[in-house]
Structure formats: C-alpha cells, structure tokens
Design a protein around this ligand. Structure first.
Ligand code: ZN
Length: 285
C-alpha cells in the first residue's frame, strides 16, 4: 500500500493487523490545517474499514507530534465544497455565532468525537510538542504513549477562551490539575502526564516508535471483535459518567467566549493572547 496517499498524512500498514497514520507537515510542526483534518479523517476511515487492520497508530513526523490548529490556514472557504463535512450542522458561510458554531461543530467537535468512537483500538505516539489542537488528537485516541521529551499544553485561556473545543481536561488530568494547567497555561511533561493517568507509557525518544509497535503487536494478536467490544464497553462507561454531556456544555461556553471576544475586541480571540490576530478578521482557535 502506498505511503503517500494523502496530501498531509502518510498511511501505511507496517505489519499485519497494524495501520499507521502519520501527520506529515513537519515544516509547520504538524499544525492541523483543514486539509490535514480531512486527510486524517479519510486515513482513519480507511483503517476502520480495512478488515485486516486491528489497531491504529496515530503519530507525527519529527520533530513534533502537533503544534495544534493551524491559525494561518487559508483554506476555510473550502469547507462544504471540496472538503465534505462529516456532520450535519452546516452554516459555514453564515455570519455571527451561527456560522462560527456550525463550523467548529464540524471541524473540531463532531470530527473529534467521530475519531474517538472509531471501533478499533488507537494509540497516539507523541514526541516533542503536543499543544492545544494537538491535545485533542492525542485525547481522541484510546492510549497515549509518549517520549520523555514530550510536552503538553493548552494555552487557549491566554487567548480568552476556556480551553480547546474537545473539553476532556477534567477527565484526562483530574479536576484540580485541569484547573491549574488551564489557568496558568503551563506545559506539563510526559512524566507528569503519566502521573495524572493521561499517558499510558513513557519511553526514551529513540525507542518510542518501536515501543509503540510492541504494544500494537500485542493488541493485533487479540480477536478483533473482542477488541471492538472492549473499546465500546469502556467508552460507553465513560459516556454514562457524563463525559459527552460535559464536552457539549463546555463547547457552549467556549462559544460564549468567542462571542464575548468578538463584542469586546472585534475578533474571536483576545488579541492580547495572540499578537497576530487582526480585529474584524475572525481568527481560528
Ligand atoms: Zn473555538
């Protein structure tokens, strides 16, 4: 199978039963533009629908896993045209909160939920920076395996918004650490993330890829239906504890913050936290 099937994402099957999806915009620190969002979606769909695949690795080309959403993405007008939506919200060409809400429902909330619910085990292989939207990608996976130099951060409060759109911070970090790390915008290390229970395993950078492959091999040796049902059982348990409702309520507050910033500053993020933001030209967070 080709390793160059997508513009911004590489897809390959390194071993039997294992698919690997690699973000491949190293010049942009794997910032996620709209092309990458839909390339990731297509690649993950391919892995989900390939009956030979039992486990999926999501990784980023060196040096960084992902620096988050690409704030300079010029492709916003492509949504709903050559980039086909996965959800039903629409309204992408409309103004006000309606357009903003519809757009972020599609490209941040619904698509992340879709990836989180893929019926096969997923492993995020994280090295270097994993910031904001990068966290959303890692958190959507079932397991996170990181290198010792990995750094995690959600700096979105600095931009006047209450955290990234996929709001699982209290679940991933615990409520008190979630508050600390959101309020301060501090980074946390792979070892700290492991102590919170957010990261499964930490390895030296040079052995990260092989260590992830060892884990993937163990999973790929298990019966596929048992793997799918196990994932469903855990995810539905978390849902019953209220995770999905928690994400949805925080998403509403996220958009109240965008609306506040627009009323206050003429841009959807606080310009003090994003010096490049220009009034009346809504930035993408
Ligand atoms: Zn937003």
């Amino acid at each position: 199978m080709s390793t160059h099937d997508f513009e911004t994402v590489r897809y390959d099957k390194p071993e039997a039963g294992i698919a690997r999806v690699m973000m491949n915009r190293p010049e942009a620190r794997n910032a996620q533009n709209l092309q990458m969002t839909y390339d990731l979606n297509a690649a993950l769909d391919r892995a989900a629908q390939d009956d030979e695949v039992k486990v999926i690795i999501l990784c980023g080309s060196d040096p960084h896993f992902s620096s988050g959403h690409d704030l300079r993405d010029a492709g916003r007008d492509r949504l709903g045209k050559d980039l086909l939506p996965v959800g039903t919200w629409g309204g992408f060409s409309l103004g006000g909160a309606e357009g903003r809400f519809g757009r972020e429902q599609e490209i941040y909330l619904q698509i992340t939920r879709r990836w989180r619910n893929l019926p096969k085990p997923t492993i995020a292989q994280v090295q270097g920076k994993c910031i904001a939207g990068g966290l959303m990608l890692a958190w959507a996976c079932d397991m996170i395996v990181a290198s010792e130099d990995a750094q995690f951060c959600d700096p979105v409060v600095t931009m006047g918004v209450c955290g990234v759109e996929w709001f699982v911070h209290p679940w991933e970090l615990g409520p008190r650490k979630a508050k600390e790390l959101l309020f301060t915008a501090d980074s946390w290390s792979a070892r700290e993330a492991e102590s919170f229970g957010m990261v499964n395993r930490v390895y030296p950078r040079e052995s990260l890829a092989e260590s992830v492959m060892v884990m993937a091999r163990k999973i790929a040796a298990k019966p596929s239906f048992a793997l799918k049902m196990t994932k469903e059982a855990v995810n539905r348990s978390i849902d019953l504890m209220g995770q999905q409702s928690g994400i949805d309520q925080a998403f509403g507050l996220h958009h109240l913050c965008h609306a506040h910033n627009m009323l206050q500053f003429g841009t959807v993020i606080d310009p003090a936290g994003m010096p490049g933001a220009v009034a009346n030209k809504p930035a993408k967070v």
